[in-house]
Design a protein around this ligand. Structure first.
Ligand code: 5RP
Length: 270
């Protein structure tokens, strides 16, 4: 069992892991207590390990959830919702024009402008479409994730691509300066590439750390010269490659009800 395995780890590793888990739980609690509307009717639930604590915190609020629909961002997310006794409704079944009250999700890395890299769990397309449908997008991240720039610790930008276009996309990413972009293998590597819920592939594309606003204000140029990119420029260039479904950079997009200051890049993370 996992607890048995955990006890076989060195005390130092055990305490680091506990600190990470405690940080995820604490962030989730604060996020839910501050951003979950008590009368929420539509709530997006993301993917990963941190989101488990978000659902735990929603349950702990003790509010009436019987009329609330939870929109999953993938298979794991749907299982999480239903096993917590909550009602899952797939994104493509929500009535046209519905705006989610809030969407919660995790992140792989967050920069000082609150742009995020997502897609470590290969759900980035569904995560983005759900986030864009929400009035407020709340990214919940433990202490390891916040870095001065994206791609400081996280090694590559996850990009969801049509399988038949994967090699073309890799070539185009190399033209943009990515060194060794690669198709993500499935967990059992012998089974070939990992497939997303859409049946697509994920390419992980390493780049140099992405410039933030302060870098641009200080005179740095993020137009790809010498492989140096600003967050929004690179996201746009990657999204423009035919064959790309979505890119795992969440930056400044605005959802249906978001104000100019809101949206994915503008929300304060918890
Ligand atoms: C999945 C994601 C996850 O939200 C991200 O990988 C964070 O996961 P975790 O909470 O396990 O660190 O983007 O595609």
């Amino acid at each position: 069992t996992i607890p048995t395995l955990f006890r076989t780890l060195s005390p130092r590793l055990q305490s680091t892991m506990s600190a990470v888990e405690e940080s995820k739980r604490a962030a989730a609690k604060v996020a839910v207590e501050n951003h979950y509307p008590k009368d929420a009717r539509w709530v997006g639930i993301g993917s990963g390990t941190t989101i488990v604590y978000v659902v735990e915190a929603i349950k702990a609020l003790g509010v009436d959830t019987s009329n609330t629909k939870y929109i999953p961002t993938g298979y794991q997310s749907k299982q999480l919702i239903t096993s917590a006794g909550l009602t899952a409704v797939e994104y493509d079944s929500i009535p046209r024009g519905t705006v989610l009250d809030v969407a919660f999700d995790g992140a792989d890395e967050v920069d000082e402008d609150l742009n995020c890299i997502k897609g470590g769990g290969a759900c980035l397309f569904q995560e983005k479409i759900v986030a864009l449908q929400a009035k407020e997008f709340i990214c919940v991240a433990d202490f390891r994730k916040l870095q001065p720039r994206l791609l400081t610790n996280w090694k590559g930008i996850p990009i969801e691509v049509a399988p038949m276009a994967a090699h073309r996309v890799i070539f185009k990413l190399q033209e943009l300066g990515s060194v060794n972009p690669a198709i993500r293998p499935s967990a059992a590597a012998k089974q070939g590439p990992l497939k997303t819920d859409q049946g697509f592939f994920i390419i992980d594309a390493p780049f140099k750390p992405l410039l933030v606003k302060a870098d641009i204000e200080a005179g740095q140029v993020g137009n790809g010269k010498d492989g140096v990119w600003a967050v929004d420029e690179l996201a746009r260039k990657i999204r423009d490659i035919t064959g790309v479904l979505e890119v795992g950079i969440f930056h400044g997009q605005t959802g249906p009800q978001a104000t100019a200051a809101g949206g994915i890049g503008g929300q304060r993370p918890v």
